[in-house]
Design a protein around this ligand. Structure first.
Ligand SMILES: [Zn+2]
Length: 284
């Protein structure tokens, strides 16, 4: 179980609509939304991995400290939620350094895992592996093994593997859950639109297949996906549908997924999954 801990106004669909300098003008809703999710996890006795922005730790240090006190894992989602395609390697290194040290200073714990905004570790940004490794991370969770216009590496493995770059730097990669409907045709059922806008059966099929094939079903959600009262960003028509459809029923669905996960297996922290070294390797 993973959450990308960010505000509703920091989403990729809002890039170019809400400017970085304007973030302070939007009402913060992350705290109340995380309270909701932490309550749900407590009910189901789930410990989650929370990929948190350095920005959130700066604005809400007590919230991030509470994550750790409750036994959750705090991992890193970068500092300012910029897709890697928009950063130079130097800017990315600075973003990682700022966010990792902010999260570690806030929680007093080592931060071992990283997830890029919008799954933006791809073939074009393969230079990022070296930067993530050099920043001191042990595992990465940024590569979606699907074909998608904005992200994904369709040839990447669907279970944990050793990710290598051309300099032989390596990270443990923990990919999100897919439902493989035939060879090399993977549906991204781990979260997002597939979770909110399609029947829950699809996510369950992916989870069940993962269980059968002895791979972890890594799921991902965002606090804003459960917030029907959030101020709406001035997005285009398609952006509105993609971003806001299915929010009203999302909490009930997540409740069911928490329950289903417990029925078929155990919820584990990402750092515990990463502690078992995978056998497969893949180069980007
Ligand atoms: Zn994000």
């Amino acid at each position: 179980m993973t959450i990308d801990v960010e505000e509703y106004f920091q989403i990729e669909a809002g890039h170019g609509v809400v400017m970085l300098e304007e973030w302070g003008q939007w009402e913060s809703r992350v705290e109340q939304q995380m309270d909701l999710l932490l309550g749900l996890f407590a009910e189901h006795n789930i410990k989650a991995t929370l990929f948190t922005l350095g920005y959130i730790a700066k604005q809400h240090p007590m919230l991030v400290r509470r994550f750790v006190e409750l036994g959750h894992e705090v991992a890193c989602h970068g500092n300012m939620h910029q897709r890697l395609h928009r950063l130079t390697p130097e800017q990315f290194a600075d973003d990682l350094k700022a966010s990792k040290s902010r999260l570690e200073d806030t929680t007093g714990q080592a931060v071992l895992g990283y997830r890029a905004p919008t799954w933006s570790v791809t073939h074009q940004t393969n230079w990022a592996i070296d930067v993530i490794f050099e920043a001191g991370f042990k595992y990465d969770a940024s590569i979606f093994p699907v074909k998608h216009p904005q992200y994904g590496v369709s040839s990447a493995p669907i279970k944990p593997y050793i990710l290598r770059d051309k300099n032989q730097k390596q990270l443990i990669e923990l990919p999100p859950c897919v439902w493989q409907i035939w060879k090399n045709k993977n549906l991204p059922v781990a979260g997002g639109g597939y979770f909110r806008q399609f029947p829950l059966a699809m996510m369950k099929m992916g989870m069940r297949q993962a269980k059968q094939h002895k791979r972890p079903a890594v799921l991902y959600f965002h606090p804003w996906e459960f917030d029907a009262q959030q101020p709406k960003l001035p997005l285009g028509k398609l952006g509105q549908v993609r971003t806001y459809r299915g929010i009203r029923g999302a909490y009930d669905k997540l409740n069911k997924i928490c329950h289903y996960g417990q029925q078929i297996g155990d919820w584990q922290l990402m750092r515990d999954i990463a502690s078992q070294t995978p056998v497969d390797t893949f180069s980007l």
